[in-house]
Design a protein around this ligand. Structure first.
Ligand SMILES: Cc1cc2nc3c(=O)[nH]c(=O)nc-3n(C[C@H](O)[C@H](O)[C@H](O)COP(=O)(O)OP(=O)(O)OC[C@H]3O[C@@H](n4cnc5c(N)ncnc54)[C@H](O)[C@@H]3O)c2cc1C
Length: 442
């Protein structure tokens, strides 16, 4: 055992732990980046500790399906302990990290200190309101399961209240849904919401026609899906228009309140504002006491370590990693590849082998779906649209769901939803029956 620690020490002299029998690799965050790193460290002679404030790994790309009542929360989440149950060198701690003592090499969970030899920070991102934090109180975001079930509740309550209302203006406000942000999340939400209104809810009400719901998608840039080629942005725009979604491109929102939004001087009255516009990194830069980069991210060296701290790695949405065309985007494949790379670097250090070459991202392409018939897929030279793209999108998402049970559950739910237009998860849950979000978010 001492030999192993010496081998470790040869590569990173400062990284030897005096308290641990084996080198201790601590990973904060069991999202795409952190979990991939943990699993790839399975065969190393190190203890791997995964800390997360939730007890489950969340497949965020499908949150919008929970928000629009197509899937249930458990379909897109899997317990972290279950995923790592067979990995003998891995342990899990449920706790919210509050800081890092980089000098003493300890992660802080309130007053509790957890020592590390190597640290991987993979704490993802949170919503950003471009300097308008007060908009958090009047819009629904989509980062957590709770956000998705809250959004589902608000959407379904809006239809219920509209059915009950005798006030024509209020009814119109209730049946108007404004989505701010025309990236993949906004586009997918708009498509799914249109289908919920046009098809799944079609026969459920007596006094209102859900298909008359107005869905407005607002994007500040000149086109939807800015990370896709313009041709696919056009296809997405046409598919959404066919579903009845109103597009407002090149339009900035200047005000959000609990009765609607103001854009370019025009007011749209709505009881449901959905925020899909911006994210900022988790506060890891604060924890490390360093200047944050773009979007609060931590700028890292080419081996994904923090400058001056070769024992601290940052991956995924929290890391600012330069690619050939600027910083890499905050998407799951980037986080997964970075997690896998960092595991390779640590395994090489442990084995006393030379470090792998600097990280390089392999772009596997971009996918976004529009309702249950269309999608756009950009695999570089191969670009797909329509039903075939939808099939590719569906298979890719099922394949990437981590727990096998979830894969089966999602596949069955999707197939059922596809064939019948039924929404098995159309439940209003929770006590909060208000239309507007509470004044402060957790
Ligand atoms: C609605 C939505 C749709 C998306 N759609 C797509 C898509 O279609 N395709 C795509 O590629 N990407 C998509 N993304 C982006 C993708 O989900 C992220 O890029 C990816 O999750 C980043 O992985 P990560 O490991 O950096 O962070 P995450 O997967 O966000 O994981 C971070 C983990 O850290 C934990 N954590 C955070 N703070 C703390 C703390 N203080 N203490 C303890 N634990 C903490 C969290 O609980 C979480 O488990 C989407 C994101 C959202 C929100």
């Amino acid at each position: 055992m001492d030999g192993l620690i010496e081998r470790f020490a040869k590569v990173e002299p400062a990284s030897v732990s005096v308290t641990s029998r084996r080198p201790q690799v601590v990973i904060i965050g069991a999202g795409f980046g952190g979990l991939t790193a943990a699993m790839r460290l399975q065969r190393t002679d190190a203890d791997v500790m995964v800390i997360d404030r939730r007890n489950y790994h969340l497949f965020q790309p499908l949150l919008y399906q929970v928000a629009t009542a197509a899937l249930s929360p458990a379909d897109i989440a899997a317990p972290i302990r279950g995923i790592l149950a067979r990995q003998a060198n891995a342990s899990v701690v449920l706790g919210a990290v509050t800081g890092i003592d980089a000098e003493a090499r300890a992660v802080l969970i309130g007053a509790r200190r957890i020592r590390y030899d190597q640290l991987i920070i993979a704490t993802g991102a949170r919503e950003s309101y471009f300097g308008h934090d007060e908009w958090a109180a009047v819009t629904s975001g989509l980062k957590k399961i709770e956000d998705a079930t809250t959004m589902r509740r608000r959407i379904l309550i809006a239809f219920e209240r509209a059915e009950d209302s005798d006030d024509e203006d209020e009814r119109r406000r209730l049946l108007t849904f404004v989505i701010i942000g025309g990236g993949p999340t906004g586009v997918e939400l708009a498509g799914a919401l249109a289908e919920l209104a046009n098809a799944a809810l079609a026969r459920d009400f007596r006094r209102i026609d859900p298909a008359t719901a107005r869905i407005v998608l607002i994007e500040a840039g000149p086109r939807l899906l800015p990370s896709f080629p313009p041709r696919l942005s056009d296809k997405a725009a046409k598919a959404l228009t066919r579903l009845g979604v109103e597009l407002r491109l090149g339009t900035k929102v200047s005000r959000c309140d609990d009765c609607g939004a103001v854009l370019n001087g025009e007011r749209i009255d709505s009881r449901t504002l959905i925020w899909a516009a911006g994210v900022a990194a988790s506060p890891a830069a604060d924890w490390l006491g360093i200047a944050p980069g773009r979007g609060g991210r931590v700028p890292v060296d080419p081996d994904l370590t923090v400058p001056g701290h070769p024992e601290i790695f940052v991956v995924g949405d929290t890391a600012q990693v330069e690619g050939p065309h600027g910083p890499l985007p905050g998407v799951a494949p980037v986080a997964k590849q970075e997690g896998a790379y960092v595991a390779r670097v640590i395994a090489a250090r442990l084995a006393g082998k030379p470090a792998p070459p600097p990280f390089r991202y392999r772009d596997l392409g971009n996918l976004a779906t529009i309702g249950r018939k269309e999608a756009v897929v950009d695999f570089g030279r191969l670009k797909l649209t329509g039903r075939l793209a939808w099939l590719v999108w569906g298979l890719a998402h099922i394949y990437f769901l981590i727990g096998f049970r979830n894969r089966m559950a999602v596949a069955v739910d999707w197939l059922w939803s596809y064939l019948t237009y039924q929404r098995g998860a159309r439940l209003i849950t929770g006590e909060d029956m208000r239309m507007s979000p509470p004044a402060s978010k957790p």
